[in-house]
Ligand binder design. Structure first.
Ligand SMILES: [Zn+2]
Length: 127
């Protein structure tokens, strides 16, 4: 018996051991196998044909999947902070007149995205 898992490069492969995490191929979300949110969808007959599995979270993240906010809240927070960091760097913007590095540190301290008024979204900071 082999199991079809998704490798870090996003391709499927056969593994002798079952995956520890499930995911949704279209939504690019991964979570625990017993995720209540996923199980609810599966019970309704959705999700199943898009269901994929991963050996571990490193593979899931490398394959471009994001953690489920419901069953992996801590991983989701980390992921969200990283998104903030990359978008801050992409925009070269700075809401506290800080470098993107300091900005992302501040955001990690707050633990969540600040709601930025449009006036603060300026491109004044040049990397
Ligand atoms: Zn979940």
């Amino acid at each position: 018996m082999t199991y079809k898992l998704i490798a870090p490069d996003g391709t499927a492969y056969q593994s002798p051991t079952p995956g520890t995490l499930g995911g949704h191929r279209k939504l690019k979300i991964f979570g625990r196998l017993d995720c209540p949110s996923a199980l609810r969808f599966i019970a309704r007959g959705h999700y199943v044909k898009h269901r994929v599995f991963f050996a571990d979270r490193t593979s899931a993240i490398a394959a471009g999947y994001r953690p489920c906010a419901k069953c992996l809240p801590n991983e989701y927070k980390v992921w969200k902070a990283q998104q903030t960091e990359s978008s801050a760097q992409r925009w070269g913007l700075c809401c506290f007149n800080q470098s993107p590095q300091n900005l992302s540190k501040s955001l990690q301290k707050f633990g969540d995205l600040p709601k930025l008024p449009p006036a603060h979204v300026t491109a004044r900071y040049v990397v």
